[in-house]
Design a protein around this ligand. Sequence first.
Ligand code: ADP
Length: 588
Amino acid sequence: MLSKILIANRGEIAVRVIRACRDLGITSVAVYSDLDRDSLHVRLADEAYALGGQTAAESYLDTAKILDVIERSGADAVHPGYGFFSENTDFARAITERGVTFIGPPPEAIEIMGDKVSSRRAAERAGVAGVPGTTEFLTSPDEVIAFGEEHGWPVAIKAAYGGGGRGMRVVRSADEAAAALESAQSEALKGFGRSECYVEKYLTWPRHVEMQVFADTHGNVVWVGERDCSAQRRHQKLIEESPAPRFPDEVRQAMGEAAVRVTRACGYVNAGTVEFLYQDGEFYFLEMNTRLQVEHPVTEMVTGIDLVAEQIRVASGEPLSFTQDDIVRRGHAIEVRINAEDPAGGRFLPSPGTITRLRPPQGFGVRWDGGYEAGDEVSQFYDNLVGKLICWGADRETAINRTIRALEELELVGPATTVPADLAILRHPDFRAGEHSTKWVEERLDLSGIEPAAPAADGDAGREPKVRRDVDVEVNGRRFGVTVWVPESQAAAAAPAGGPAVRPRPRRSSGASAAAAGSGQVAVPMQGTIVKVLVNEGDKVEEGQTVCVLEAMKMENNITADKTGTVKEVKVEAGQSVGSGDVVVVIE
Ligand code: ADP
């Protein structure tokens, strides 16, 4: 059995893996960026190592830094969580070459499933059909038009290397083809470094049903159960459940068997998910995710199998601890994702910031998988998943009611979250009847009644910022240089001005009230980075015109003039970080 696992991740999933390690008596090693120095996963792990840096690229995605911590900590395995290195074959190979176990599938399987075209071909070889489409890369919009005319509109242009709902465009008629192809290619190039796209039929009312699979190194492959993840916005999941509602058992069996064939066909080992679209009684292969999924807990709740512990056992070379026939699914489980996003008006705008109060719900059938506690900051630099609420009930109705009850009990103050949207979904008769689809949240659910969250109060209940102090200590007469991080108030009392380097204090929201409509004080609604400034001093602007573009949590947001007038002052430039409520442009 593995004895020391480095978790190359942060937040909720790092916490999840650390807990599994502790259950199994395995030492856990956390890594952290400068911004995560005091975060929950660091507090919980047996050992923690600083990576330095702020952005993911400077920290969690820096292979050399992770390799260095593996060396220093003596870890014999790495759990990548999801995102970051979880589907990165260069990283998997780099650690395996050093004799360190990658807790995940072999790199060859990741490669086959790594792009949507190669995975479609692999599924076809296993006799599992995808959504009708091509497996050739598009070279011109004419091919999109020819496909649409043959199979009917709408069609979807999809980036072969896309993910997270990005790099996909729906085309409803021939005259939209050229622009859609160009924009899908450019989004894919920007987000994933590759622009290749293909075309498939766009299903108009499908459900997203995916199958959890597990394979070991002894040739055993099983399907564990399906999850319905149809409640989505921007093609990203909000609520997941198991079993899928209104899903006949013979379809479940057939989907499970198809998923096992796909898993075998790519030489897969460890936990994986085969995703399907399901419409009119038929299912179509969509892709295979070669890692643990965010929504894995719903499967755990209905089967009683700890999927992370099983991942660790399988990576240690042990056979699966259960056979296909051992798996029993009981009751119903629902997972609600709680993201730092403001769902007001259905817009789902990023809402990073400090969590000033957090009290998770409790009680029978309630599980909270969180990455943060009160006082922690949800940074604009990382994924905005604050935590997941998973509720189990003897049947679907009980599970839905319990999830609503638990969400009502949850106290979370600070960033705006998806909770109001989650509640609107769970309470809606379409959802309760299982009549929703992947388009339902965006096309039918009315979120206009959700008011924008009030700007968070100046984060005085947050954890006090810390400053760095470098001190020399002597232990048994041996001198060491030590870095200590002390709360700002103590540091001010202890050190004279002009002391060692002080970390810049994060900007706090100040002028939020000055940004009332029409004042001409254009403020940003959230923390982020200015990526573009579109006006100069002296320019005439119209109310509603974009004055600059703010990027937060991988999304671009247009910041618009709140009145018509002349730009008197531009307070920011591209590349600058701003805090929620900071005034960026003044209009007279
Ligand atoms: P990604 O890798 O970006 O997550 P997927 O191929 O897994 O992309 O698709 C994500 C979501 O996009 C699906 O859950 C579904 O809602 C929608 N989608 C993808 N392909 C189609 C299609 N052909 N027809 C209808 N919806 C689709």
